[in-house]
Ligand binder design. Structure first.
Ligand SMILES: [Zn+2]
Ligand SMILES: [Zn+2]
Ligand SMILES: [Zn+2]
Ligand SMILES: [Zn+2]
Length: 345
C-alpha cells in the first residue's frame, strides 16, 4: 500500500463498532461499605506535641555479670607478642625441638675450683690426680675401688669366654678327626664294594646347619661377640687418663681463717701473696707436698716449698683444674650444645 492510499483511507474515516468491556481500572466499592475519616492529621499533631515518657525498671542481661570480688587482670597479649618477636627465629626453632641447640652457661652451671668433680660438693680432704683434677678423698677412693671391681668382673667374663672358645675349638678338632676316621672307613668299605650311601646321606643331613632369620637362636650371625681383653688400668674419671690409687696427691690448701669459721665463703688463699683463691686464679700445686699457690709461684725464686721447704723443680708443679668464672675471658668453655635429630618426612 502506498503512502497516498493510506492517507486517503485515514481521511475517509473508519466505521468502528461499540464493544462491551469490563473496566477494572477503578476500585469497585460496594454500596454498603463505609469508609472512615483519615486520622493522620491528628497523629502528626500528637507527635509534634512531644511525649512524656515514664521510666520502666528492666533487667539488662546484655553485659556479662562479674562478681564484685572477681579481679580481672590486665591483658598480657601485647607483652607476649613482643616477647615472641624479640626471641625471633631462635624461639621458633627451640619450639620445633630439633637441630643443634646452644646455650650459654652462666656461673651457676660451672663447678667451683674447690668442689669435687664426682660429688660436686665442697672438697672434703681434697686429693688431686697427676693432672690436677680435684676429688674428695672418699669419692676418689670409692670410685677407684668401683673401677677395680668392674675390671675384675670383666676379667672373669673374658676368662669364661676364652675357656668356652677353647673348648669349642677342641670340640671342632675332635669332630674333624672323627670325620677323617669316618671318611677313611667309608672309603675302605666302598673300596670293597659295599654300598653304604644311605648312611652317608643321613650323616650329611645331621651336620647341615639350619638357618632362620625368624628364630633368634638360629639367625646366621647370632654368635656371641668376642670380648676384648679388658684393660686392668684404673682411670681418672674426669680427665680420662690412667690413674692409680698411689698416684693421688693430698692437696694442702691454705685456709684464710680458722676452720670453724664457716661464715667466710672465700676459704683459701695463696700462702705467698695471701691473695684469695678463686675460680679465676691460676692454681699451682707442688707434687711432693701438695701445697697450693697462685700464679705468683713462678715469680717466687726458690728450690724449696714456701710452706714446708720440701725441694721442688718446675716439672713437679701441677696446674690444678679450675672451675669457671662465667666470663668468656676466663678461658673456660661456656657454651652447651645439644643436637636433636629429626626424622625426614
Ligand atoms: Zn666428692
Ligand atoms: Zn685427672
Ligand atoms: Zn700467690
Ligand atoms: Zn709444701
Amino acid at each position: 500500500m502506498s503512502q497516498n492510499a493510506l492517507l486517503s483511507e485515514v481521511a475517509k474515516g473508519a466505521n468502528l463498532k461499540s464493544v462491551e468491556t469490563v473496566d477494572k481500572s477503578g476500585p469497585k466499592i460496594d454500596s454498603d461499605v463505609h469508609i472512615k475519616k483519615n486520622e493522620h492529621g491528628a497523629l502528626l499533631g500528637e507527635i509534634s506535641k512531644g511525649a512524656n515518657l515514664t521510666h520502666v525498671e528492666t533487667v539488662d542481661k546484655s553485659a556479662p555479670k562479674i562478681d564484685a570480688n572477681t579481679h580481672v587482670g590486665q591483658n598480657q597479649h601485647g607483652a607476649l607478642l613482643s616477647e615472641i618477636k624479640a626471641k625471633g627465629d631462635n624461639h621458633e626453632r627451640s619450639l620445633l625441638q630439633y637441630g643443634t641447640k646452644k646455650e650459654r652457661l652462666g656461673k651457676d652451671s660451672i663447678k667451683n675450683f674447690d668442689c669435687c668433680v664426682l660429688c660436686l660438693n665442697e672438697l672434703r680432704s681434697p686429693m688431686s690426680c697427676t693432672k690436677g683434677h680435684l676429688y674428695c678423698k672418699e669419692c676418689i677412693y670409692s670410685n677407684l675401688l668401683d673401677q677395680k671391681k668392674e675390671i675384675k668382673r670383666k676379667e672373669k667374663e673374658w676368662e669364661q669366654q676364652q675357656a668356652k672358645l677353647q673348648a669349642d675349638k677342641e670340640k671342632i678338632k675332635e669332630k674333624e678327626q672323627q670325620d677323617i676316621v669316618e671318611k677313611f672307613e667309608k672309603d675302605t668299605v666302598s673300596a670293597i664294594g659295599d654300598k653304604t650311601t644311605t648312611t652317608t646321606t643321613t650323616a650329611a643331613a645331621g651336620t647341615m646347619e639350619l638357618k632362620s632369620f625368624w628364630i633368634p637362636s638360629l639367625t646366621p650371625d647370632n654368635r656371641e661377640a668376642v670380648l676384648d681383653k679388658p684393660s686392668t688400668n684404673t682411670i681418672c674419671t674426669e680427665g680420662g687418663h690412667l690413674l692409680k690409687l698411689k698416684q693421688l696427691i693430698t692437696v694442702q690448701f691454705t685456709p684464710i681463717r680458722a676452720k670453724d669459721d664457716s661464715t667466710n665463703s672465700d676459704k683459701y688463699c695463696c700462702p705467698i701473696c695471701k691473695k684469695t683463691l678463686s675460680n679465676s686464679s691460676e692454681l699451682r700445686m707442688l707434687k711432693r707436698c701438695g701445697h697450693v699457690f697462685c700464679s705468683c709461684l713462678s715469680k717466687f725464686d726458690s728450690t724449696g716449698c714456701y710452706v714446708c721447704d720440701k725441694p721442688y723443680t718446675k716439672d713437679t708443679v701441677i696446674s690444678l683444674q679450675k672451675g669457671g668464672t662465667g666470663y668468656a675471658g676466663s678461658g673456660s668453655k661456656l657454651e652447651a650444645q645439644k643436637y636433636t635429630p629429626t626424622a625426614i618426612i
